[in-house]
Design a protein around this ligand. Structure first.
Ligand SMILES: Cc1ncc(COP(=O)(O)O)c(C=O)c1O
Length: 376
């Protein structure tokens, strides 16, 4: 049995539709291949589904972060608080604007930014708090909102991988002044290529982002540049394909959540044997990945590989330990987690038999490790 981490047949059922979309848009009389009717309809459908003031489709999740930070006038001298454990765009989007990322340590179990650590990281230069939902559990957004309000700073929610997650009745992406989604192929709402979106309840911020995505133009008058912007325009083929995929998103997310709930149940007693599952529950969860903490992580990874199960280490290093973002200091919980974290397959194309096979392999590894305890 071979169980890939990401399914190779991701769009198998949609291949004909995709080819037809390429043909129709490629041969359409309007010859509008970017920012056309499909993009406008896609943005409107997401806006309606979310109840957002604006949704602006753009070229990637990374670009979405950059557009928001630029709209918020983040630049040299400003600090942006981000989690110490996470993906590179959290830090690179900040440094590329000449601002400074300030790394906040994470909670050991949920592995998202610890609100107390975020509070400790706020200074008079802080302009934005940028928590991220990263490893199955959403960041504590009510606390982040309280902190942002108390300190008079903006809140950017990196919800790139949490589309469809809901915390306390509020969708991921709508907790901040603005949030982002990523549509890169493997994400929960991936497309056949790249894409992203900015989501906001602030119509003015939405207008600014909309201009910035197309070289600072306002969409009414060409070659009138109100601001220094970017090329982050959205592709009509991707918009049409995502519109086709949108109605099935909830079922795919539900399948991920059901697989995750099953894993969590199977792994409930393994902490005494060196393997810790994410906290149980459905509120504030996003299952782009399902991430375990394992005392003998590399052995577990080898054990899974021998059983035909692919796994990934997101992330083997903390952000301040990356050469590109090297920063002095210590982030003990992020370091601890980065040495133990291992993500196992949770994609919706797994069969029940696949899921059982993965769970059995993890349980068998843990059974051989009685002396190891995960102290979280
Ligand atoms: C949390 C997070 N933020 C931002 C990004 C960037 O998104 P993209 O790959 O679409 O640029 C990603 C995806 O890699 C991500 O996981």
């Amino acid at each position: 049995m071979q169980i890939p981490f990401f399914p190779p047949n991701l769009f198998e059922d949609d291949r004909d539709v995709l080819c037809e979309i390429v043909r129709a848009i490629g041969t359409g009389t309007s010859a509008r291949l970017i920012l056309g009717e499909q993009t406008a309809c896609f943005e409107q459908e997401l806006r309606t589904a979310l109840g957002a003031a604006d949704v602006v489709a753009c070229s990637s999740g990374t670009s979405a972060l950059t557009l928001i930070l630029t709209a918020l006038d983040v630049g040299p001298g400003d600090e942006v608080v981000i989690p110490a454990l996470g993906c590179a765009p959290l830090a690179s989007t900040v440094t590329n604007l000449g601002a400074t990322p300030v790394f906040a340590d994470v909670d050991r179990w949920t592995m998202v930014a610890d609100p107390d650590e975020v509070a400790r990281s706020i200074t008079s230069r802080t302009k934005v708090l940028m928590p991220a939902h990263m490893f199955s559990v959403m960041a504590d957004m009510p606390r982040m909102r309280e902190l942002a309000t108390a300190h008079g700073v903006r809140l950017l929610e990196d919800s790139a991988l949490a589309q469809g997650g809901v915390l306390g009745g509020r969708p991921a992406g709508l907790w901040g002044d603005a949030g982002v989604y990523s549509f890169v192929q493997v994400k929960t709402f991936g497309t056949a290529g790249e894409g992203g979106a900015v989501i906001t309840g602030d119509a003015e911020l939405g207008r600014a982002v909309r201009m910035l995505r197309n070289h600072g133009q306002d969409g009414k008058r060409r070659f009138m540049h109100h601001r220094i912007g970017y090329n982050s325009r959205f592709d009509e083929v991707q918009a049409a394909f995502l519109r086709h995929r949108l109605p099935g998103l909830r079922a795919r997310l539900d399948r991920r959540a059901a697989i995750a709930a099953h894993y969590t149940e199977r792994f409930a007693d393994l902490a005494e044997q060196g393997v810790l599952a994410p906290p149980a529950g459905g509120d504030g969860r996003c299952f782009y990945v399902y991430t375990l903490l394992a005392e003998r992580r590399d052995e577990l990874r080898e054990h899974l590989a021998a059983a035909g199960v692919a796994s990934h280490i997101y992330y083997p290093r903390t952000l301040p330990r990356q050469p590109a973002f090297a920063t002095a200091g210590t982030w003990p919980h992020a370091e601890w987690a980065s040495q133990r974290m291992l993500s196992i397959p949770v994609h919706p194309l797994l069969s029940d038999a696949d899921v059982e096979h993965v769970a059995d392999a993890v349980v068998a590894h843990a059974a051989a490790g009685k002396a190891y305890v995960v102290e979280h």
